[in-house]
Write a protein that binds this ligand. Structure first.
Ligand code: FUB
Ligand code: ZN
Length: 615
């Protein structure tokens, strides 16, 4: 992948820049991405056909027909699929079938677009008289944002302008309608980050200015939110001026897409207040409103963050899209500041609360990612959307969102700056950044050994930096002539020296399994322990436990002995952690088996828990 979702301008005020080329060639993420490219993405168009999204585009083009689906944002599923397919094309430029699907959907979108540039089938087919009148719930700018991102992806990967032409026509129309309209913001942020990227893609400053206006118009009560007023203004991200916010609030995906846009604006304008806001909110979110899995958005009601430390494991919402949005925002923060903590959260979220969202088959999904399912839970109803994987959803925002993140994943792993290259995540592959190129070989996350071989480096001192995760209490690093690390930036191991092609830095992270206790302020899991290993949160699934002990009677004593074994035949090949547990109130040891959380719900439905009561 030569370019990804973020392409900073030369003037951007960031500490780091994304890699100039990145390719994952093998290992854990290659396997999951192969399923994405061979199963999830190819099946997307048929899913969109079945759900009526494509019929909606045909109806808009024909000027007659019924609208299919329950939500005004049905089009965004098409846009997100197109974005995923476009990033995928970067890796498989010769995939004729994928290109044919992209061209077909691009043509459909072009045919559905109105002469004035407007494009959202719900308002074209159902309520033409209400266009731009229902900004709270209408999702028109949200859909436009996803269209713009898809168009940029296609343009970056293939040079094909067709979708970009459609997106720009729509953007021009939006500019005409909204440049001066004081109440003009969308109830669902998304356009902000897309417009900054459109500015980056085209060099046209008006997109940056419009994005800034959309951010600054929020929080003044101008948004018409007559629908669902009980949700409160935070739901629509109109509760407080963005620069004054002290905590992430309201609908999680809305909040996090907005903050991705805020970070983009901070990067391109250098505005210190925006940067400070993003930093403050991120710290507060991680300290008070983030699950162990990296999942965010605790409440089912309003798909909302909830209060600080309100993190119930069983009623967790933790929408897959919110995990994705958190990763997108955190990567922007990592680039902006150069700090390793942002990539720590990306790692936690990627391996746990994000990846649980897609089944091992690539064709079944979780929308809600709870940390506990009780034994007698029937689940699988539309209201909960939890506990059982589903082929597609009535509100299908998550599946194509997973597809686009996996397809663009190489973009989120490595950065560069004037000094050298920074490895944020460890995946076997080849990465170019900061004027050099490295090859990474690793079995991570099953094994902690990471070999980084320099293939090209400038003929001067150059810094190779590797993030050392905050969970890691022990590691070794060896390189030829074994230099001492340079500097002491938290979370970074840096070696500055003259590198010769072929030099290998080998880092060994201690992956001993560990017991983690919760923050005592999280009432819902006080008195529990979780099992973690490296970046992986593990969970107990009923199906793996010894028969005869009721699932909810299982407990973990402090200091329980933990051991690891790799099971190549289980869940596509995972390492499991076993623990010497107990049945509540009994002395005899009960062996507990904990699989990686991301692999749960891939067998028969049953009980699951991350947090286990402490004996
Ligand atoms: O409103 C569009 C999407 O639907 C949101 O991002 C998701 O949370 C779901 O509500
Ligand atoms: Zn979603």
């Amino acid at each position: 992948m030569r370019s990804g979702p973020i392409r900073l301008t030369d003037r951007a005020h960031t500490a780091l820049r994304p890699a100039t080329a990145a390719r994952i060639t093998d290992g854990f993420w290659a396997t999951r991405r192969r399923t994405n490219s061979e199963v999830s993405i190819p099946r997307g168009p048929a899913q969109l056909e079945r759900a009526g999204n494509l019929a909606n585009l045909r109806a808009a083009a024909a000027g007659s027909g019924e609208f299919a689906g329950d939500f005004p944002f049905q089009d965004s599923d098409v846009h997100k699929w197109l974005e995923a397919a476009s990033w995928q094309l970067a890796e498989e430029p010769g995939d004729g079938q994928l290109m044919a699907h992209i061209e077909e959907l691009t043509a459909l979108l072009a045919s559905a677009q109105d002469p004035d540039g407007y494009l959202q089938t719900y308002y074209q087919v159902v309520r033409p008289d209400r266009r731009w009148q229902e900004l709270g719930w209408g999702h028109e700018l949200y859909c436009a944002g996803h269209l713009i991102q898809a168009a940029i992806a296609l343009h970056r990967t293939t040079g094909n302008r067709q979708l970009l032409d459609v997106a720009e026509r729509f953007a021009v129309h939006i500019h005409e309608v909204f440049a001066q309209r004081a109440d003009g913001v969308c109830g669902h942020p998304e356009i902000e980050t897309a417009l900054v990227e459109l500015y980056r893609e085209t060099g046209e400053r008006r997109w940056l200015e419009l994005a800034a206006a959309f951010v600054d118009r929020r929080g003044h009560g101008a948004l018409n939110v007559d629908l669902n007023p009980h949700l409160g203004r935070a739901y629509w991200q109109d509760h407080t001026p963005v620069r004054e916010a002290t905590s992430v609030a309201g609908h999680a995906v809305r909040q996090l897409y907005l903050l991705a846009g805020v970070a983009d604006l901070a990067a391109e304008t250098g505005a210190p207040e925006l940067r400070a806001t993003a930093e403050r909110l991120w710290d507060h979110m991680v300290a008070t409103k983030t699950y162990l899995t990296g999942g965010v958005g605790a409440r089912h009601e309003g798909e909302a963050f909830g209060e600080p430390y309100e993190l119930p494991p069983d009623r967790a919402y933790a929408e897959t899209c919110a995990a994705i949005a958190s990763i997108q925002w955190s990567w922007r923060m990592a680039l902006l500041t150069g700090e390793a903590k942002y990539s720590d959260l990306i790692e936690r979220t990627l391996y746990n609360g994000f990846l649980s969202g897609v089944g091992l088959d690539g064709d079944s999904w979780l929308y809600v990612n709870p940390l506990q399912v009780r034994e007698e839970y029937e689940g699988a109803n539309e209201a909960d959307k939890a506990a059982r994987r589903t082929p597609w959803f009535r509100c299908a925002c998550c599946p194509p969102n997973v597809m686009r993140l996996l397809a663009s994943l190489p973009h989120y792993l490595v950065s560069g700056d004037g000094q050298g290259l920074q490895l944020h995540q460890y995946a076997t592959g080849v990465y170019e950044a900061g004027g050099g190129r490295v090859r990474v070989a690793t079995q991570y996350p099953w094994d902690g050994r990471i070999e980084i071989t320099v293939e090209e480096a400038p003929e001067r001192d150059w810094t190779l930096s590797v993030r050392i995760p905050s969970w890691c209490t022990g590691f070794t690093a060896t390189a030829p002539n074994s230099d001492a690390p340079t500097g002491d930036d938290p979370g970074w191991l840096r070696l500055r020296r003259r590198w010769t092609p072929g030099d290998t830095l080998t880092v060994n992270l201690d992956l001993s399994p560990r017991l983690t206790g919760p923050d005592p302020r999280v009432d819902a899991v006080r008195g529990c322990l979780a099992i973690e290993r490296g970046p992986l949160v593990h969970c107990l699934e009923g199906v793996d436990q010894e028969p005869g002990v009721p699932f909810d009677e299982l407990t973990l004593p402090d200091g329980a002995e933990l051991s690891v074994r790799h099971e190549p035949g289980l869940l596509g090949g995972v390492s499991v952690v076993t623990a010497a547990g107990r049945r509540r109130g009994a002395e005899a040891v009960v062996r507990l088996t904990a699989v990686p959380y991301h692999a749960w719900a891939n067998r028969r439905p049953g009980a699951m828990r991350v947090w286990v009561p402490r004996e």
